[in-house]
Ligand binder design. Structure first.
Ligand code: AMP
Ligand code: MG
Length: 323
């Protein structure tokens, strides 16, 4: 079965094509704001500008034609409404014109399922860290339960905001990582983990304040040490609580080597396994939609067209995991 998956929840428009568990194509085009954060309507305009080109590129990469597609899957939520709408409309028109089934899938769960396909993780605690999300998730009684999450600004967004404050260009996360490598002095910053939930606004504000008196390298280093220790603590607690011995790291922030190192050390100490989703499939992409689409379709068939409206705040633990 060949499934074409569409991602459009936020800054990325992506199309991936899978033939069962084989990736045939993974093409993305990312909207980058000229200044400031993501403007939802501008991002949606970007998606409608690039969608036909991304489709052509994906078909070419896969070496197939439109008529070879058996199923269309799309990210139905959660996300920014104008972006979600653009993706849903594109998906529906493709399914209708080709007269093939359509399935809407949950963005966060797609991150987990492609991670399980592409690593040896079987039943992990997933740390999903991106621009718009920070969640600690594990399967329990048939649903992916959110054991911990951010109470304010998601980690990628927090790093991007901090970087903007320093005059660094978007996306900020990789730049903060680069400067942090040259830092060595640990500056005390507010550390806030409540149970398995985290708050990043205090640490961000204080880090910005420290820029007046400390070196950028040292502030970046301390910021990473503090934020990543919070994430690692929440993940470790979730592992103990849910009785899991694997960790899966995904989302755009998963690219960070220091975060990988901290989680890996924690896993080693517990005798647990640590996996990072390959870079090209860790950030937002259409391929993970295609894979979750195949899993869902095999299990429960296609969606009725009436059920394909986007769901802005679709929670991870709203979805029954039947595959
Ligand atoms: P996503 O929303 O999953 O596409 O991920 C984008 C986010 O990942 C942005 O906030 C980036 O700043 C962040 N990011 C990308 N690479 C890194 C990195 N090496 N370290 C920290 N954050 C990163
Ligand atoms: Mg994402």
């Amino acid at each position: 079965m060949i499934c074409l998956g569409i991602e459009s929840t936020a800054h990325t428009f992506g199309i991936g094509i899978m033939d069962n568990d084989k990736v045939l194509a993974n093409v993305t085009d990312m909207y980058t704001p000229s200044e400031g954060g993501i403007h939802p309507r501008e991002a949606a305009e970007h998606h409608s500008d690039v969608c036909d080109k991304v489709l052509d590129d994906a078909l070419e990469e896969a070496g197939i034609e439109k008529k070879d597609i058996d199923l269309v899957a799309f990210s139905q939520g959660p996300g920014l409404p104008p972006c979600l709408r653009t993706g849903a409309v594109f998906a529906r028109s493709l399914a209708l014109s080709l007269d093939i089934p359509i399935v809407g899938v949950n963005h966060c769960i797609a991150h987990i399922e492609i991670g399980k396909l592409k690593t040896e993780a079987m039943d992990p605690v997933t740390l999903y860290v991106s621009g718009g999300n920070t969640q600690v998730i594990a399967l329990s009684s048939g649903k992916y339960r959110v054991f911990g999450e951010v109470l304010d600004t998601p980690v990628g967004n927090a790093l991007d905001k901090f970087a903007r404050e320093c005059g660094l260009k978007h996306p900020g996360g990789p730049k903060v990582e680069k400067h942090a490598k040259r830092g060595s002095k640990y500056i005390d910053l507010p550390y806030s983990v409540k149970g398995m939930d985290m708050s990043f606004s205090g640490v961000m504000t204080e880090a910005m304040r420290k820029l007046d008196e400390e070196d950028l390298e040292d502030v970046c280093y301390s910021l990473q040490e503090t934020i990543f220790a919070m994430l690692t603590e929440a993940v470790e607690r979730a592992m103990a609580h849910a009785g899991k011995d694997e960790v899966l790291l995904t989302g755009g922030v998963a690219a960070n080597k220091r975060l990988q190192e901290m989680l890996s050390t924690m896993c080693n100490e517990r005798g647990a396994e640590f996996y990072t989703v390959p870079h090209s499939l860790a950030g937002d992409n259409g391929t993970m939609m295609a894979w979750l689409g195949i899993l869902k379709y095999r299990n429960s068939g296609g969606d009725k067209l009436n059920d394909t409206a986007f769901i802005q705040n679709w929670r991870t633990d709203d979805v029954e995991i039947t595959w």
